[in-house]
Design a protein around this ligand. Structure first.
Ligand SMILES: Cc1cc2nc3c(=O)[nH]c(=O)nc-3n(C[C@H](O)[C@H](O)[C@H](O)COP(=O)(O)OP(=O)(O)OC[C@H]3O[C@@H](n4cnc5c(N)ncnc54)[C@H](O)[C@@H]3O)c2cc1C
Length: 405
């Protein structure tokens, strides 16, 4: 995406600084379009943002389109060593029951040049990706700003925040996640259903752990069925390169939080529900350990050696399909519109795809000297089609039955 001639024509207000919102910011910044991003958190590191996100071709392509080359290369350099490319179902004794290749990427696969072709089906650490996406746009990111509502003015959209301030733009982008306040204002009847809950944890992959952690858990993406409706999913985050050397090579000056390699695990089972919301991370770890009583000793050890403070409860949610909306100055990206079950690991990838598509439509309109409304309409139509197809796919054909709903 190249900079248009008149860079100040369009002003974009982005609500939410997760992956989708920051990727929009990068794409607009690269094209020279003016934007401000408003995030409710007080700072970028207010809580642990460091979980593992599998990146498929959609996500890789979107990052490639939106980021300057050095930052894209830094994403690749800080991603995991590629997985074995298989999803494996294991029984209680960790014997392989079923294994199959990771599914074919969901959208048209256009070959990505050079290093990018090696990214699909690797994984990134969300906090690291977020830190990279924040680089060079941080000056336009306003923390501690909780969006509450918008109003259509005669020639702009005004966004209001809980601290009494407001921001104006020609375009408002809701990138505020699964409980989106922008969606509530735009589509008050849109429904999001809760599918269940899971305990999420991380266990450091130390030199010692490599000696006892089952290889099947760290080399691919696995799910262990433990009976009594207890199931554990696992995947490793093992860096290709040390962050410090990668940062020095591709973006000197960027601060990346040091992140030891880890095995992420999710645990579902009886009583893993909203009653656990009040539990501390230590109590969640204890609840996970009690679900694994009687399980293979390696699994118990994984939970016993987890980084306690990094344990949290995840609510799994799914949006019901939305057909369209009429305002062409307000739009939604990512979980704000099509939150989905993690059954195929597509939520973040589709969120990044939205960001890239929206930026491309807006930039093309600017270059053609056209108004933004038709571009927003095209974005809306395309995004709703592939976004809700991904929601349906996450239910219809998850990696394993029982994850999607
Ligand atoms: C444990 C876990 C593992 C996952 N693994 C994968 C995976 O492997 N692959 C994959 O594709 N997807 C995965 N996902 C899903 C993925 O994380 C989400 O789909 C993705 O992060 C959505 O990005 P987003 O930017 O739309 O929303 P979010 O990341 O939720 O960002 C929304 C942002 O908006 C801010 N915000 C919210 N409300 C307001 C407000 N009123 N005002 C201002 N700011 C606001 C929030 O603080 C947040 O920063 C996983 C999710 C979880 C929880």
């Amino acid at each position: 995406m190249n900079a248009p001639n008149d860079s100040e024509v369009l002003r974009v207000v982005i609500i939410g600084g997760g992956l989708a919102g920051l990727c929009v910011a990068q794409g607009l910044s690269r094209a020279g379009i003016a934007f401000d991003l408003y995030e409710r958190d007080e700072s970028a590191d207010v809580h642990d943002q460091g979980y593992r996100i599998g990146i498929n071709t959609d996500g890789a392509r979107a990052l490639y389109d939106c980021l300057p080359e050095n930052l894209f290369n830094l994403v690749v350099a800080t991603s995991t060593v590629p997985l074995a490319g298989r999803v494996v179902l294991l029984d209680n004794e960790l014997h392989e029951q079923v294994s199959r290749p990771l599914p074919t990427p969901v959208s048209e696969v256009r070959s990505l040049p050079g290093i990018a072709s090696r990214l699909p089906f690797a994984a990134v650490n969300r906090q690291t990706l977020r830190e990279i996406l924040m680089h060079k746009v941080r000056g336009r990111v306003h923390f501690g700003k909780t969006f509450t509502r918008f109003e259509h003015e005669r020639d702009c959209i005004r966004a209001y925040f809980s601290d009494g301030t407001a921001a104006e733009g020609d375009v408002l982008v809701g990138a505020d996640g699964t409980r989106s306040a922008v969606r509530r204002g735009l589509l008050p009847d849109a429904k999001v259903v809760t599918l269940g809950h899971a305990i999420y944890g991380k266990t450091p992959i130390t030199h010692d752990a490599l000696g006892w952690m089952p290889d099947s858990l760290i080399s691919g993406f696995s799910r262990v069925h433990l009976g009594d409706q207890v199931a554990l999913g696992a995947g490793a985050f093992r860096k290709r390169h040390e962050f410090e050397s990668a940062a020095a090579k591709y973006a000197p000056g960027i601060q990346l939080t040091p992140t030891p390699d880890y095995l992420m695990w999710t645990l579902r089972g009886p009583h893993v529900d909203k009653s656990l919301y009040r539990k501390t991370p230590r109590e969640l770890c204890a609840a996970a350990a009690s679900l694994l009583k009687g399980a293979h000793q390696s699994l118990r050890r994984i939970v016993n050696q987890a980084e306690t403070d990094a344990t949290f409860l995840v609510e799994l949610r799914r949006a019901e399909a939305v057909t369209s909306w009429s305002s062409l100055s307000i739009t939604l990206v990512g979980d704000a519109i099509h939150t989905m079950s993690p059954g195929r690991g597509e939520g973040a990838n589709i969120a990044l795809r939205d960001a890239a598509l929206l930026c491309r439509k807006l930039v093309d309109a600017m270059h053609a000297g056209k108004a933004h409304e038709p571009a927003m309409s095209e974005y809306q139509t395309e995004m709703l089609a592939y976004g809700f197809e991904a929601v349906a796919r996450s239910r219809r054909s998850p990696f394993f039955k029982g994850i999607g709903h």
